[in-house]
Design a protein. Structure first.
Length: 165
């Protein structure tokens, strides 16, 4: 075998390699690349979906906070002033002003709670007022009252509270 024969044989192998081998390798690399890009696209789509959910959640939280800033909430509690003396404290725990604040007291407790100040014309956020309450040995230790108020749009609200002495 001479060098010329070897060279011709090398040229034939190289020509076959260029003709068939490189395209085959290119197709395999293309298929692998396509598969990887599909995986990357799925991950990207999932990431976009999660980002969209996070944005939606943040938007809902901001909307809830905005609504909370426009709400009033009237609370009531019986507080002990001194031995045997109690007051009914009514306050606005919301972030907006409440209008026409009133108490709905069951008939059997009307003689116990004196409502001198209600209906209260408006109660700003964080503000309070007190009503007198007469506690004696026959006074039940737990009862229910309802607080009612209007918001700035004139919508009526009601909250039922259980008070304990």
């Amino acid at each position: 075998m001479t060098i010329t024969d070897l060279w011709n044989q090398f040229k034939d192998v190289f020509a076959d390699l260029v003709k068939y081998g490189f395209p085959t390798v290119a197709i395999i690399v293309s298929l692998l690349s396509f598969k990887d890009s599909r995986k990357a696209n799925k991950v990207r789509d999932r990431l976009n979906e999660l980002e969209e959910k996070l944005k939606q959640f943040a938007l809902e939280e901001k909307e809830k906070a905005r609504l909370d800033e426009t709400k009033a909430s009237i609370e009531a509690r019986i507080i002990n002033i001194s031995k045997g003396k109690y007051k009914l404290k009514i306050w606005n725990s919301g972030k907006a002003t409440a209008y026409n604040v009133n108490l709905e007291i069951p008939d059997e407790f009307k003689g116990i709670i004196y409502t001198d100040k209600v209906p209260y014309e408006f109660l700003e956020a964080g503000k309070n007022f007190e009503e007198h309450i007469l506690v004696h040995s026959g006074t039940p230790r737990k009862f229910t009252i309802k607080t009612t108020w209007e918001d700035s749009k004139g919508i009526n609200h009601l909250k039922e509270l259980i008070l304990t002495i």
